[in-house]
Every structure is written in C-alpha cells, then in structure tokens.
Design a protein around this ligand. Structure first.
Ligand SMILES: Cc1ncc(COP(=O)(O)O)c(C=O)c1O
Length: 398
C-alpha cells in the first residue's frame, strides 16, 4: 500500500468457510474429535480471506463462458508471471525456463526423482516445512539436517560451519526461502553464503520461494536465482497460491534454467505425472492475480503487519515467558513456549479437543521444533484474538 493509502479491502469481517471442503475448518479428520461449532483453526497455511476482486471477476468470467474443454496455455499467462517477478522482485525470468507443476510439494518430489539416486543425501534446515523430509524419504534418499540456530530472542540463523561439513556428502539441498516456520527472509549475504557452499560442493539447490510475496514492511526478499543468473544447478519454486490464497487451484511454477533438466522434467510430467499444464480456471486466476492483484496484496501485507503487532503485544502482556521474534515473511508465527510446556504434541492435541483451537505442534517440523507452536494468523483479527486468549489460558494452566 502507498504511504497514507486507505484500506479498500476488508480483512476484518469473518468469512464462513463452512461447506467449502476446507481442510482447515471442516476436514473429516479434524471433526473426528471436535465440535464444528467451536473450531478456531490456526493451522493449515491458507487464509480465511476472500481473494482479490480481479481474481474473482476473472474466474466468474471464465465460469460464465460455460465450456471447459481441453485448453492450451496462452502466452499471456507466462508473461504475467514474468512481469510480476520483474516488477516485484527484480528477477528476470527466461520464458523458456518456466515449467508447470500442480504444486510445489509435487514439484519437489518430481525433481528429487530426476536429480538423485536412491540413497543420495539431501540437505534441509530444520525446523522446516515437514513435507520436505517426507518427500526425501519417499524418493528413497537420506535426510541430512543442517539445523538452524535459535538465539534467546527467537531469531534464527544458519549454521554455515555445519553446512560446510554436511554439503560434502549431499547431492541436493532444499532451501526454504522465506523460511517456514521460523519466518526468516534470508539476507543477500546469507543467501550468497549458503549457495556458495552448495555450489562449491556441487550440491544442486532447490529453492522453495512460495512465501516470497508475503513480506513485512521494509523487508525485501531476494530470489536466489536473480543472484546466480548463469547457474544451472538451481531450480526456483514459485506460486501465487500462498500470496493470493489460491492453493485449491493446484498450480505452481518451477523455474528450471538447465535445458537438459528441463527437457527431462517435461518428459516426466508428460509420461509419469500426466498433468502438464494448469487448468483453465487456474490460468484465469493466476493471470489476474499477477496482473491486477497488487493492490490487494499490499493491503493484505499491511493487515498482517498489524496482526503481528497485536500478537507481539498480547504475548508481552499475557505470556511473557514465550519467546517470539516477529516473522519477516509469511503469515506464520513460530512461538517458543518451552517455558510453559515441553510436550507440545500432547498440548496441541488436548488444546484442540478441549477448546477447539487448532495449532501446529512444533515437533512436526523436525529438529529444534519441540517446545514450539506454529500459528497461522491469516484470519480476521477477532478470531485471532479469541484463539490467543484461549491459548494463553491453557498454557498458563499446564
Ligand atoms: C514452504 C512451503 N512449500 C510448499 C508449500 C505447499 O505448496 P503446494 O501446496 O503448492 O504443494 C507450503 C505450504 O504451506 C510451504 O509452506
């Protein structure tokens, strides 16, 4: 939002997600142990906000057409991605390098099958988005951990000395940038160091940048590939799905600069996955997001900034022993509550059953996650405040 700009979009009014097949609100698995009427879900990483109006209009227009036969991808779809990355991230994407994936996690899974042999070592930096570990195992590879270091303020850094050692045995590294769940947006110096270590040991880097548009005021995300325009041992994973709340449309892009890997990836999509382009609805929505969604996104980020201040004040007053460093990117809060509770797995389960507040247990994210909780704050502040009150009461009564 421009300085002094007014909010045009309303992020405060609750939007019912009932009867929309929302995993976060009403998945059958969730409702096994809980009453639907009192659920306050701060878990699955999507947003309880209506999409930007131009996206809705683009979808309505396409739906009104009424015919949804086989379709090709128009060049304008690719140009929308290219112009967004040029404008917002100063990242010049070569049109040829853009490849489709039905999601970032599937994309990473396919890449691992093309880049590794069973038994190869793949680096990750826990605590980290847990499907990385699952997909490494699914591909028959070994997980090698380069754990992040947490300081007493809850600020995380990379352990480069450890990475130097571990990179010697690794084939691939999956970098989470910005990082889910710790909320770091890596600096240019950090990115340079991690990439230089990897490339000097011939480690291929898959950089997952799905959270790259969700930034705090004055924080800048740098696309790793924009720093290494000639590097072939690098794939960037991108999508408008997090930024614009479109995850249910199953569409993302892998930017693959190496022509040989790109050819093999496209063959894999055609011969193994058998889904090689976005659906007509995804094309319409993603194109509208990148061409006309900027104002909404800026206002969303301003709203999230305010919600993070609210969380910070609440914690200061109600849970002074919780360690919290405001996330530089994403809408996820990573909270060290080890002064209140160690066994966060049992705590999260009991909290959900007793109160309806659903959070992610930090242990899921691997090494260093115990004693932590992950909260998704992409919801109206009224809901967030109610959930925080309940969380505080429960933590204080453990
Ligand atoms: C770092 C990261 N990568 C990937 C995803 C999911 O991507 P997709 O739904 O496109 O597979 C998420 C969702 O939370 C995420 O946080």
């Amino acid at each position: 939002m421009k300085a002094g700009g007014k909010m045009k979009y309303d992020f405060d009014s609750p939007v019912s997600r009932r009867d929309s097949n929302s995993i976060k609100w009403e998945s059958p698995q969730l409702l096994k142990n809980m009453e639907i009427s009192n659920i306050l879900p701060l878990w699955v990483a999507d947003m309880d906000f209506v999409v930007a109006e131009p996206i809705r209009q683009a979808l309505l227009k396409r739906v009104q057409h009424g015919v949804f036969g086989y379709s090709y991808v128009d060049e304008s779809y690719y140009q929308a991605i290219i112009s967004w990355y040029q404008r917002r991230h100063a990242f010049a994407i070569d049109r040829e390098s853009i490849c489709f994936s039905p999601g970032i996690v599937p994309g990473i899974a396919y890449l691992l099958r093309l880049l590794t042999q069973p038994g190869d070592a793949v680096l990750i930096q826990p605590p980290v988005y847990y499907p990385f570990a699952a997909e490494i195992t699914n591909a028959g590879c070994q997980i090698v951990e380069n754990p992040l270091l947490e300081d007493e303020n809850g600020y995380y850094r990379m352990d480069f000395a450890d990475l130097q050692e571990k990179a010697k045995q690794a084939k691939v590294m999956i970098l989470c940038s910005p990082h889910n769940p710790v909320g770091r947006v890596w600096t240019e110096a950090e990115l340079r160091q991690v990439a230089d270590i990897c490339f000097s040991h011939d480690v291929f880097v898959i950089t997952d940048e799905i959270h790259n548009d969700l930034l705090r005021k004055n924080i800048r995300h740098i696309c790793l590939a924009s720093m290494y325009p000639e590097e072939q041992r690098l794939v960037t994973c991108l999508s408008a799905s997090k930024s614009f709340n479109l995850a249910g449309l199953s569409c993302s892009s892998l930017i693959i600069p190496d022509p040989d890997l790109r050819r093999r990836y496209k063959e894999y999509l055609q011969q193994v996955v058998h889904v090689s382009s976005p659906s007509v609805l995804a094309q319409a929505a993603f194109q509208a997001a990148y061409l006309e969604g900027e104002e909404w996104l800026d206002q969303l980020c301003a709203y999230l900034d305010g919600s993070i201040v609210l969380v910070q004040q609440f914690l200061f007053e109600q849970l002074p022993l919780a360690v919290f460093y405001p996330p530089q990117g994403s809408y996820l809060i990573w909270l060290n509550v080890s002064a209140y509770v160690q066994d966060t797995q049992a705590f999260v389960r009991d909290l959900a059953i007793k109160t309806g507040v659903v959070l992610e247990n930090g242990e899921l994210f691997g090494a260093g996650g115990r004693g932590h909780l992950r909260l998704n704050i992409a919801c109206p502040r009224g809901l967030l405040q109610r959930a925080l009150q309940i969380l505080a009461q429960q933590l204080k009564s453990v």
